[in-house]
Design a protein around this ligand. Structure first.
Ligand code: PCP
Length: 404
């Protein structure tokens, strides 16, 4: 075999599933029970430590997984911000599968995996973007993950709020141009052969298309402020910005370095050169860099290696003699449900499907149902939303919640 990873057909044929599902389907088929219709809900067991909320993402992948299957899929909209429990402490179903269990049992592993990964990356990107207080955040995480899923990581990093992505394939899937600056290796080669690493900036400016922003990496050999001023002098008005990717051994007070670079650029007459910071950043370290005057951020590991959201799927009702019977294992709440939200108060209430629409316990206004039929009999009920639209919805929702 070539690289070690699963192909789409492996996933669709259930070859990435936990073997006990394959065995379960065989037993049910042998006993004529594979067509028993079940109602199976997906809930989040928890959100990662320190998170107050998470963003539900991955519906796109699951809808494609179930294409052509005799299954109905109910779901919250892609990009819905949520907490695992509702106002009364009941676990919130984010997605529901309804249909013959033998038709989709084999997909539980892949379904949960898609949601866990997509939601984890989207949530972390949303947290980082919120910490950046409106400043651009670029996803630089392609190098921090398995290359086969680098486009997936950048797609969901963008969905969560990143303004650009460095992975060429990721940008292609998003229909945007890839974003990036330059690596330290470029300056090292020029220093070795030409004896002067600053010539790398000039070569970058001379060779590359004018629409690529001129952002000079200014921490390779000299002090960041020295290199930043030199880059501004050499590229004059063509320099869009400088990137500080200061190594950990020199990092010290990064906010103070940003202030000094800003000061020395202005003292040298370069008031419009932007400062981009990267290297080990996350939602906890970015705020002080914003306060110090950084203009944009490149974030890799924090997003690409984000903690995944821990989802579970459980049957909570079974159709017997044409009638839905509430039935679940211990610790789960039985019955077919709807989730209602008061968007003013950001309060959720889980109700049994047959109960009437509740009013918000806080402001008393009628609450909106969140679970909608997305796939019916394996056919999409409506087109999958473009990533730009979901991204906007996530940014709008996270503007209403606290980060920490
Ligand atoms: C990394 C590279 C990425 C940054 C850091 C992502 O620097 O520049 O843009 O950092 P993070 O993953 O910690 O968020 P290096 O690893 O020094 O690589 P290079 O020299 O190629 O810039």
């Amino acid at each position: 075999m070539d690289f070690l990873y699963a192909l789409p057909e492996d996933i669709r044929e259930g070859r990435t599933t936990d073997v006990y599902f394959e065995r379960t389907v065989r037993v049910l088929k042998a006993k004529g029970l594979a067509d028993v219709e079940v109602y199976a809900e997906v809930t989040a067991s928890s959100v990662p430590k320190g998170y107050k909320w998470a963003v539900y993402a991955g519906l796109r992948e699951v809808a494609k997984l179930l294409k052509g299957k005799a299954v109905n899929l109910y779901s919250m909209p892609e990009g819905t911000i949520f907490k695992p429990l509702d106002y009364r402490g009941v676990k919130i179903p984010l997605m529901v599968l309804e249909g013959p269990y033998g038709e989709f049992a084999i997909y539980e592993t892949a379904l949960l995996g898609f949601l866990a990964a997509a939601s984890g990356i989207t949530t972390k990107a949303a947290r980082v973007k919120k910490a950046a207080s409106g400043r651009p955040v670029l996803s630089f995480g392609a190098r921090r993950t398995h290359p086969a899923i680098a486009p997936f990581v950048d797609y969901y990093a963008y969905l969560g709020g990143c303004d650009g992505v460095s992975c060429i394939k990721g940008a292609e899937l998003l229909g945007i141009k890839p974003s990036g600056t330059m690596p330290h290796s470029l300056m090292i080669v020029f220093r070795a052969v030409k004896g002067d690493h600053t010539q790398a900036w000039l070569a970058f400016d001379e060779v590359l298309e004018p629409e690529i922003p001129r952002i000079a990496l200014v921490d390779t050999f000299w002090d960041e402020a020295e290199e930043a001023v030199r880059a501004a002098e050499l590229l004059d008005g063509r320099l869009w910005g400088v990137r500080l990717d200061t190594p950990g051994s020199r990092r010290g007070d990064m906010a103070e370095i940003v202030r000094e670079v800003r000061w020395k650029l202005r003292a040298s007459g370069y008031n419009n050169v932007k400062i981009v910071v990267s290297g080990g950043l996350n939602e906890y370290s970015i705020p002080e860099l914003v306060e110090a005057g950084a203009d944009a951020f490149g974030v890799g590991s924090a997003i690409a290696n984000a903690p995944f959201i821990d989802y579970a799927m459980d049957i909570t009702a079974v159709k017997v003699n044409g009638e839905w019977k509430p039935l679940s294992k211990r610790g789960k709440f039985s019955g077919r449900k709807q989730v209602y939200r008061c968007w003013n108060c950001m309060i959720d209430l889980v109700e049994l499907e047959e109960k009437k629409q509740p009013h918000c316990p806080n402001c008393k206004s009628p609450m909106s149902p969140l679970l909608e039929l997305v796939v019916e009999g394996g056919k999409l009920k409506k087109e999958i939303e473009p990533p730009q639209k979901v991204r906007e919805r996530i940014l709008e929702q996270t503007s209403k919640v606290d980060l920490l």
